[in-house]
Design a binder for this molecule. Sequence first.
Ligand SMILES: [Ca+2]
Ligand SMILES: [Ca+2]
Ligand SMILES: [Ca+2]
Ligand SMILES: [Ca+2]
Length: 327
Amino acid sequence: MVPVLVLLLAACQGCASCYTPNLGQNNSQQSNQNSSNDDGDDPSDGAGAGGGTGDLPDPPPCDVPEEEPNDARSEAQELPPERWACGFISEQGDIESFNTVAYEDGWMTVWARGAAFGSTADLQVLIEDLDDNDNKAGQSWMPGSTDALLTVPVDAGTEWLVQVVDDQSTYSDSHEWQLIATIDKPPVEWDFSENENAGNNAIWSGLPLEDGDVVYGTLERNDQDFWTFDVPEGRTVVDVRVHAWNFGSPADTRVTLYRPDETVERSKSTGETSYDRDPLIGRTIYDAGTWALKVDLAGAGGSPLYWYTVEFGLETTAPDTGAADAG
Ligand SMILES: [Ca+2]
Ligand SMILES: [Ca+2]
Ligand SMILES: [Ca+2]
Ligand SMILES: [Ca+2]
């Protein structure tokens, strides 16, 4: 489901009705009372609407409606995997707290949604491993949407605190939200992972990259991950493409290219637009030798949940271009 969710979200930023989960279909309280109304009124004229149910509120539109107070972690409600919770950011500083369990190894997606049904909330979601308070992340996702989504690697049996807040600290009776946690396969693929044990915080100690490699790493607080690559004589085009934020990682990353003399060739924290937080670098370079590529965080945070991949490309053309014209 994760790739499907991501694709659906990515395909329709800002649209009003991209994904319509099966909400509330099991609520048996709905509408059966009206059958006792045998006065012959045209049922479509609406004149007697609601008359049979008195002051009863609408049935909750989800499996786990919030039960205030739920602000404190000690008040967290249980949220089973694959079930929707729902409620309202209804007062200043309102926090909605849930506990969920990763029932298998995989990647957990936590999605707080509101945009598709006209919520006025700008949602932010926060997660924290209940056994390791440093293993936490938050995100107010994504450009073009007021929803929030996190996709992070989790181990089977880990228990998580999941909280929803309004990113702007506003509230109202139209700050409605819905929340789900699911486990699925990783949203990206890679060839090999970083090796922190080899000391990749130092410039020349990172693993070597070759054309076509896709590599994976995570960014703890104050972490930096170096990789190296060899540039032959000639004209070389280097392509670096990070996948993180756009696939639900909390990591807002930055990429820096270092020349063989350790000076900076290029540093970038955005993609094709300034709103794209996944860096993209396409650069023509001429200095032969061993180069370094650094990935670190442009934004705050850092934990084992702050994952990224780098797609690396390196293409060199012959060093003697122009020689034919000389003769
Ligand atoms: Ca609430
Ligand atoms: Ca609350
Ligand atoms: Ca790392
Ligand atoms: Ca590192």
